[in-house]
Design a protein around this ligand. Structure first.
Ligand code: MG
Length: 159
């Protein structure tokens, strides 16, 4: 078994759609970033990469590289998971927290959970997405942060 931790944070940027966990959330502001700035998917992908000791997301998909400009972060997550599978490992479970004072994420937690489980082809029961506010402390006012822990277990052998 392997365990990995991921963390990410992005500032608000008013001109973009807000993407969290592969879901577009209706809100006046999105997040700044070279890719689509999906802070939750970045944290989960880094947890997967960390669990297998692979280079982190920023190293594998360098910000500033033209190929990743406005890139769909679902691709980052899927590529990270492909590396996990190649090591003969599968997801035991993922536990993630999004830290944001705005918008209120409670109505979207289940959608994010389902979106991540669909991307990784694991049961939604193995994916947890929680939402926290900062009670007004940074970074809640200026952006959104996310953290994730993942447990990997040996893949079942094909019969
Ligand atoms: Mg990021």
């Amino acid at each position: 078994m392997r365990i990995g931790i991921g963390y990410d944070i992005h500032r608000f940027n008013g001109k973009r759609p807000l993407k969290l966990g592969g879901v577009t959330i209706p809100f006046a502001r999105g997040l700044a970033g070279h890719s689509d700035a999906d802070v939750l998917l970045h944290a989960v992908a880094d947890a997967l990469l960390g669990a297998i000791g692979a280079p982190d997301l920023g190293e594998q998909f360098p910000p500033g590289h033209p190929r990743y400009r406005n890139a769909d972060s679902r691709i980052f997550l899927q590529q990270a998971y492909r590396q996990v599978r190649r090591q003969g490992l599968s997801i035991g479970n993922i536990d993630a927290t999004v830290i944001a004072d705005q918008p209120k994420l409670t109505p979207y937690k289940m959608r994010m959970r389902r979106a991540i489980s669909a991307l990784l082809q694991v049961s939604a029961a193995r994916v947890s997405v929680k939402a926290k506010t900062t009670e007004g402390f940074a970074p809640g006012k200026g952006g959104i942060a996310a953290q994730a822990v993942v447990l990997l277990t040996p893949s079942k052998k094909r019969q």
